[in-house]
Design a protein around this ligand. Structure first.
Ligand code: ADP
Ligand code: MG
Length: 615
């Protein structure tokens, strides 16, 4: 038998390694931009074609490379940035692993042109599949231009894995914004398919934020600046009214490196406390600088996740710095909140944050008591008095799931297999009334039926919106006073790419100057809604969708629209409207279950009511 283990050829080994570093066009954007920054450039251009799938090019005026360095740059673990393992702890550059160019060259076609200031002539190098194809002298500008063409041309499986251009371009824009925020002293431009998307002149951080996020931010930023022995925090946060219903404009940097860290984001959000509406998120660009010895930036190859020595201390620092800033600008009620307060005693440090708390407040008692079973319920006379009492007094305690089991036990569950005529016949003829400003109640000979007004209406609207993707678009009402909506540049791009979908949903937008659309028309049946926030929610759906072609993307938008436009709990309904809801609901193919899996109504039988009183 022959031996079977052999070494992989270098180009395949590189391709495998590349999988970690270069996942999509935006990963190359990040690496190339960071290399340009590391090279000391004062001006950097990003050029993409086809959302980076056919071209990602970065041109800088940095220090350039010699012709030997140009070749070596594409070797794996070739770097000019560290010499020994100790250097890792004092690292000042963005890159250091020496993997990026090798990875890029293994999965794309690369053309490099570079020249150092003191050299009379530069060098041009072409590499494909990790193999140099040619190198020759060139008369080029000082600095470096690297063009990456046809990413994954030699790994079709990975090319197919790429998302729609809308999604990939969004990732690229995000990376661009991260680097641009980190280095406001550098000029940046970004061009996509020949159109300049960003033109950022060197300036202050504040100017950079306004250039990136839009002019309306210029009066809405609060400066944060705290220096301590352990760490420095600086940057800007949005006044509470910059808060949006969706996340996305939150930028956190550690030692000038963009990171993702839900824990520290929470520190910032929680500093705003009651200044924010529930589930809304203010803008921030916060920079934390600390001794590199206290952070490990090496945990993730794309370096967006980092480990701190002591996260809790940082949490407390960040939270108090933000509160301090809000108080100073008298956005917050003035608080005697000095940074020197003993950090360990802060609430935030003592109690780690949980999302449960939020959950708790969101769930209303009665509602919760029958939501969990994910289907319509009938209460049979087998249940006992105590449960019924609890039903009226509020939800069974959440920490007692077995109780809920008793309430809606299997004894009646079989009986709930949809009996369409049964339910609706009962409803028919009965005069509805409203209970708790939340339920439509029908009193009938056989018992009572409670319909959840908000969930039921959401389901009706969902079916309507979802059907309008394939059928008739939603009717549009022209706005009497068209409203201008300013977006961040990246959201502006995104809106541009989904205009037909927005139109189908009743939103007629026309481009109007820089990063601005004018809302010419809105869904005719929903005149009073806050259109801007619906559009923002739809953008969020797009950002979190894998593809804009997929059915699930359209369903997501239909759900968002339904949630936004449906009648809410707490709205008073008149008899006609109640009957209308039941009418429309009864015509749906599924009127038992909400698209989230919750039941839409429950029935309480006459016998059960009687049994409560021992009859
Ligand atoms: P790293 O950035 O981790 O060192 P890379 O593979 O990204 O690894 O780059 C390898 C080397 O190529 C860098 O260390 C640097 O010396 C050189 N290099 C890359 N891009 C540029 C550039 N735009 N200008 C000058 N030198 C560059
Ligand atoms: Mg690099």
């Amino acid at each position: 038998m022959p031996d079977i283990i052999h070494l992989l050829p270098p180009n395949i080994a590189n391709q495998i390694a590349a999988g970690e570093v270069i996942q999509r066009p935006s990963s190359a954007v990040k690496e190339l931009l960071e290399n340009a920054v590391d090279a000391g450039a004062t001006s950097i251009q990003l050029i993409v074609q086809d959302a980076g799938k056919s071209l990602v090019q970065v041109v800088d005026n940095g220090k350039g490379m010699s012709d030997t360095d140009a070749r070596n740059a594409f070797e794996r673990h070739a770097t000019s940035k560290i010499n020994s393992i100790e250097d890792l702890y004092t690292i000042k550059t963005m890159g250091f692993r020496g993997e990026a160019l090798a990875s890029i060259a293994s999965v794309a076609q690369v053309i490099l042109r570079t020249k150092r200031l003191d050299d009379a002539i530069g060098t041009e190098l072409e590499i494909e599949n990790s193999k140099p194809l040619r190198q020759e002298p060139c008369a080029c500008e000082n600095g470096t231009s690297i063009a990456m063409k046809n990413l994954f041309f030699n790994v079709p499986a990975r090319r197919n894995f790429l998302k729609s251009n809308t999604v990939e371009l969004k990732h690229i824009t995000d990376e661009f914004i991260h680097v641009a925020l980190s280095f406001p002293e550098i000029n940046f431009t970004m061009t996509s398919n020949g159109q300049e998307v960003f033109h950022l002149d060197a300036g202050s951080l504040k100017q950079r934020i306004v250039q990136l996020m839009g002019n309306n931010y210029s009066t809405k930023l609060v400066q944060v600046a705290e220096k301590t022995d352990y760490l420095d925090i600086h940057g800007f946060i949005g006044k509470p009214d910059t808060a949006k219903k969706t996340r996305g404009d939150q930028y956190l940097f550690v030692n000038n490196r963009y990171i993702k860290n839900a824990y520290l984001n929470h520190a910032i959000f929680s500093a705003y406390e009651e200044m924010l509406a529930p589930n809304s998120f203010p803008f921030f660009a916060i920079f934390i600088d600390l001794d590199p010895a206290h952070v490990d930036i090496n945990v993730h190859p794309t370096k967006q996740e980092i480990k701190f020595d002591d996260e809790k201390i940082i949490y407390a620092f960040v939270k108090s710095a933000i509160r301090h800033a809000l108080a100073q600008y008298s956005v917050a009620p003035a608080l005697d909140f000095s940074l020197d307060a003993s950090i360990q005693q802060l609430d935030a440090v003592a109690k780690p944050f949980t999302s449960n708390k939020q959950e708790e407040t969101r769930s209303s008692g009665l509602y919760k008591s029958f939501v969990d079973q994910h289907q319509a319920h009938k209460i049979e006379s087998t249940s006992n008095l105590r449960d019924w009492k609890e039903f009226f007094e509020g939800a069974p305690k959440q920490n007692n799931p077995s109780r809920q089991q008793i309430d809606f036990s299997s004894s009646y569950r079989e009986a709930t297999t949809p009996h369409i005529p049964d339910v609706l016949n009962m409803i028919e003829g009965a005069e509805p009334f409203q209970m708790q400003m939340s339920y439509i109640v029908f009193d009938q000979p056989k018992g009572i039926t409670l319909l959840h007004q908000q969930l039921a209406h959401q389901q009706i609207l969902f079916e309507k919106f979802n059907a309008s993707w394939t059928g008739k678009a939603l009717a549009i009402q022209q706005e009497l006073f068209p409203q201008a909506i300013q977006f961040s540049p990246s959201d502006f791009q995104l809106v541009g790419s989904i205009l037909p979908d927005l139109l189908q949903m009743g939103y007629q937008l026309e481009a109007f100057g820089i990063n601005t659309y004018v809302l010419q028309g809105a869904p005719a049946d929903f005149p009073s809604e806050n259109h801007r926030s619906v559009i923002e929610m739809i953008l969020e759906d797009v950002k979190t969708s894998t593809s804009t072609l997929h059915q699930s993307y359209k369903e997501k938008i239909a759900k968002t629209m339904a949630r936004k436009h449906a009648i809410k709990i707490g709205s008073k309904l008149d008899a006609r409207l109640m009957r209308d809801i039941v009418d429309q609901l009864s015509r749906l193919p599924n009127y038992h279950t909400h698209f989230d899996g919750k039941p839409l109504y429950m029935e309480v039988k006459k016998e059960y009511l009687g049994s409560i009183f021992g009859i």
